[in-house]
Ligand binder design. Structure first.
Ligand code: SF4
Length: 186
């Protein structure tokens, strides 16, 4: 098995731009919040099939998602800020997935892992949702059938970048409200 070589400390160590002097460091509150959010995410794994097994490998000792501040999985949407959808989502399950999303507090991010979650994958049938972005907004797509743990980690690093650089005002912006409204979410 190949060994993934990543240095999360490098990612964590990129401190925000600011003013520095003897005994002080000043920066923007958005930058501090972004750094904290990006490195203390609580993911909710919504795993329905094979891609979920890849996620288990991502959590296990070889890849060890805890290195990215994500060792604490949340099975309660109200205490999660990253929804990870992994696997085939049937149309029947769509309302449940959407309810989980709606129960998450802001700021929340969504990562769609694998071809099935992204587009229905090989299941171009009457019963399978052809991509979760038909019912909820998605921040990062991870392609593959299945994507391997390295790809899942790559997607998570992209989510961390989004969280780190997000303005504190984004969730109150008209643009964001319009996005949610386009999904019929208040
Ligand atoms: S994308 Fe492939 S591996 Fe993932 S759930 Fe679908 S069929 Fe399974």
């Amino acid at each position: 098995m190949s060994v993934v070589i990543l240095n999360p400390a490098e990612n964590l160590g990129s401190r925000p731009v600011g003013l520095e002097g003897e005994g002080f460091f000043a920066t923007k509150i958005d930058a501090v919040m972004g750094l904290a959010r990006a490195n203390s995410m609580w993911p909710l794994p919504f795993a329905t099939s094979c891609c979920g097994i890849e996620f288990m490998a991502t959590m296990a000792s070889n890849y060890d998602l805890a290195r990215f501040g994500m060792e604490r999985l949340s099975f309660s949407p109200r205490q999660a800020d990253l929804l990870m959808v992994m696997g085939t989502i049937s149309k029947k399950m769509g309302p449940t997935l959407r309810q989980v999303y709606e129960q998450m507090a802001e700021p929340r991010w969504v990562i769609s892992v694998g071809a099935c979650a992204c587009s229905g994958g090989i299941f171009d049938t009457y019963s399978v949702l052809q991509g979760i972005d038909k019912i909820i907004p998605v921040d990062v797509y991870v392609p593959g059938c299945p994507p391997n743990p390295e790809q899942i980690i790559d997607g998570i690093l992209k989510i961390q970048e989004l969280a780190k650089n997000e303005s504190g005002r984004r969730r109150h912006s008209e643009e964001y409200k319009t996005l949610l409204n386009s999904y019929g979410i208040e």
